[in-house]
Design a protein around this ligand. Structure first.
Ligand code: URA
Length: 242
């Protein structure tokens, strides 16, 4: 479901503001009925007309990027730095699904399909986010168990996490772990480890749901297959049937 004014704007007919005016002026119909309320939600199947002419909806596109370090996860930047959107040359108005920090690398999905993005951003036990984490220090079982049970930092409770120690290196005084979570709170993994005294030095998202980095070097991207998109949509159907 997407807001009517956004769908009209994305069809390239008008700016978002102009689209809102068109709606308020009663010039827009959805499935034959005039709609004057801003924020009305529509789906891909709805037929939208402006002044009696059906709009061509923007084609939905889906990308998987191996995000490099040093790029911000947003559509635009007020400091005019490069953003993840600049790494994918396409005509559609894509945006990232969730966010990765400036210095975090790995799996990042981008799309212009709000429904698809919402399904993945809504916490769901089936949507695992798997991170490879390098921390400063030699981490021990008690700190790992604390994170496994869920930590609270500055009044924010972070979910329980699956944590697996991969290796410790006494020479460099670092530890590597695999962490699996389901939410996407700001700086979630960093906050979890900082709270037990192990600052994160490097963070890479290895997988989100079924999407991993196979075949993608840093900065490379690929389109999702129709089957992959359908699998994401099937998550929503699964929820409705519960
Ligand atoms: N957790 C973080 O701390 N940073 C990220 O970029 C992703 C998850």
């Amino acid at each position: 479901m997407e807001r009517l004014q956004k769908v009209i704007a994305n069809a390239g007919i008008a700016s978002r503001r102009k689209a809102e005016e068109l709606i308020k002026e009663g010039r827009v119909t959805v499935n034959g009925a005039t709609v004057t309320e801003l924020g009305t939600k529509v789906t891909n199947k709805d037929i939208i007309k402006v002044d009696g002419k059906q709009i061509e909806k923007e084609k939905k596109v889906y990308y998987l990027l191996n995000k490099p370090r040093g790029i911000i996860t947003s559509v635009t930047d007020d400091k005019e730095r490069k953003t993840v959107v600049d790494l994918i040359p396409c005509h559609e108005r894509i945006y990232p699904v969730g966010r990765l920090d400036y210095d975090t690398t790995g799996v990042l999905l981008l799309t212009n399909d709000g429904e698809f993005a919402n399904i993945l951003m809504h916490p769901n036990d089936k949507v695992e986010k798997v991170y490879i984490v390098k921390v400063k220090g030699i981490i021990k079982g008690d700190a790992i168990n604390t994170i496994k049970n869920g930590v609270t930092v500055d009044g924010i409770s972070y979910e329980r996490a699956k944590v697996k120690l991969r290796k410790t290196d006494y020479k460099t005084n670092t530890s590597m772990l695999t962490v699996t979570i389901h939410e996407g709170r700001n700086h979630e993994v960093k906050k979890m480890f900082e709270s037990v005294g192990f600052p994160v030095l490097k963070l890479r998202r290895e997988r989100e749901f079924i999407f991993d980095l196979k075949g993608l070097k840093s900065g490379e991207y690929r389109k999702l297959t129709p089957k992959e998109v359908a699998i994401v949509y099937s998550l929503e159907k699964g929820k409705k049937n519960e």
